[in-house]
Write a protein that binds this ligand. Structure first.
Ligand code: GUN
Ligand code: FE
Length: 426
């Protein structure tokens, strides 16, 4: 059935970092047929072109592409707001004990359901999800992810040292469990698999070698891990591996490719940036986490200069919630705090929250903006009556202004509808 979604519509079909502009229709119509976008234009124009289409009118609302979270941890809702600790202590005292609870299949199932619902309630339609250390938990997760209809890429987390022992795997177990999950879930409907060593700190060379073997056997699966998050962590890695830098510990096993997404990268060397760029790998930028656990300010300008792709990640539970709109605001603030401030505008934030995420995940041919023939993934945002957002929007003079208001003030309570491939997922 042909439908026209009528609202104020905003998207960034080209990167504003390379001269793309915000494209907006104050009274727009998004024409959707089944799961796909057929057209986007002024409402009057599309109504005229498609007179038989059913009209769904969202009054006083904004419609933007589905948000993409390029780094978020399934077991970590209980860890959000664990204050007072930096990365390594935060992991040991709060995060790893919480992750160990997912050994229980019933807990894993319950947490998977809640986690996926929270993504949708925040307008996230696509995510690269850092999984759990237990294959049973990942089986439950993929089952629920399939039911959720969201676009999810995820994998079993691997580690065999410097974690708590109940989270340890072995090279053999890592291989057979990952293989089984890949065979069952990779490319099933909207699901994909990502090989996921936790970080070099917790992985022996043997575990990283298993990751390489799996990537060779399944060349279209994704790869994700953490890198260059905190100084103490980086020093530990260099010492453990007798390595020149952090990236080299992954490169040694050929893990850095165009399908690799590296979370954080707050403290890279110039040379690492060069090599990430050469490999056409990507970075997940997680600004609220970087501030909450004290990692530092992401150097966006350096990533741009080196032509390294990056997109936003919430990094729940190092991050402070699921809102990719909030991550947009935090990324703005982080760049304003640079020694030499790098002021972003609202179109950059929308791009980083949507199309950039699709690019990082290799999904930009099918999602990320409202180009014809892409899948109809979108979010409807409506300010609650009397809210600060509603009051602030009254003074907006442009689409850019309104979008800046949304990134600054719109959160869960303003997300009215969320669609993936033309179907509601709320
Ligand atoms: N490094 C290794 N594990 C984690 C994690 O769970 N969160 C963050 N932010 N960094 C990590
Ligand atoms: Fe993380």
């Amino acid at each position: 059935m042909l439908k026209i979604f009528r609202a104020s519509i905003l998207h960034t079909p080209q990167s504003p970092f390379s001269s793309g502009k915000l494209v907006g229709f104050a009274d727009g119509g998004l024409v959707v047929q089944g799961s796909k976008i057929l057209a986007l234009n002024d409402f009057k124009k599309v109504q005229n072109d498609y007179p038989s289409a059913k009209i769904i009118h969202y009054k006083n609302s904004f419609l933007i592409p589905g948000l993409v979270d390029s780094h978020v941890h399934y077991p970590q809702i209980p860890v959000i707001a664990a204050m007072g600790l930096r990365l390594l202590d935060w992991l040991e005292q709060r995060t790893l004990p919480a992750e160990a609870k997912l050994k229980d299949k019933a807990i894993a199932k319950q947490q998977a359901k809640v986690f996926l619902k929270q993504l949708a309630r925040n307008g996230t339609t696509t995510a690269l999800v850092f999984g759990a250390h237990f294959a049973t938990a990942m089986e439950e997760f993929f089952k629920q992810a399939d039911k959720s209809n969201l676009r999810i890429t995820a994998g079993l987390v691997l580690g065999d040292r410097l974690l708590q022992p109940d989270l340890y795997t072995s090279p053999q177990k890592a291989y057979t469990e990952s293989k089984e999950l890949i065979e069952k879930w990779h490319n099933k409907n909207r699901l994909r698999y990502a090989i996921t060593p936790r970080f070099s700190v917790s992985c022996s060379d043997e575990i990283l070698a298993v990751c390489e073997k799996l990537l060779n056997e399944y060349p279209d699966v994704y790869f994700t891990t953490h890198i260059n998050e905190q100084k103490e962590e980086i020093d530990l890695v260099k010492e453990q591996f007798k390595s020149k830098d952090y990236l080299a510990t992954y490169e040694k096993h050929n893990l850095i490719t165009s399908r690799s997404v590296l979370a954080h990268n707050v403290h890279p060397s110039e040379n690492e940036l060069k090599r990430i760029s050469r490999a056409n790998a990507s970075v997940a930028h997680c600004p609220s986490s970087n501030m909450f656990i004290g990692s530092g300010l992401f150097n966006m300008l350096k990533h741009l200069e080196h032509n390294v792709k990056f997109a936003l990640g919430s990094d729940v539970g190092g991050g402070t919630g699921f809102s990719i709109l909030k991550e947009g605001l935090m990324s703005y603030q982080a760049q304003m705090l640079q020694e030499k401030p790098y002021p972003l505008d609202s179109s950059h934030l929308l791009y980083l929250a949507t199309l950039a995420g699709a690019e990082v995940l290799g999904l930009d041919k099918i999602i990320g903006d409202f180009s014809n023939n892409k899948e109809a993934d979108f979010v409807v945002i409506k300010a609650k009556q009397k809210s600060t957002l509603a009051q602030n929007l009254k003074h907006s003079n442009s689409a850019e202004d309104s979008l800046a208001s949304i990134f600054t003030l719109a959160r869960e309570e303003s997300i009215k509808e969320v669609f993936v491939a033309g179907k509601s997922v709320l």
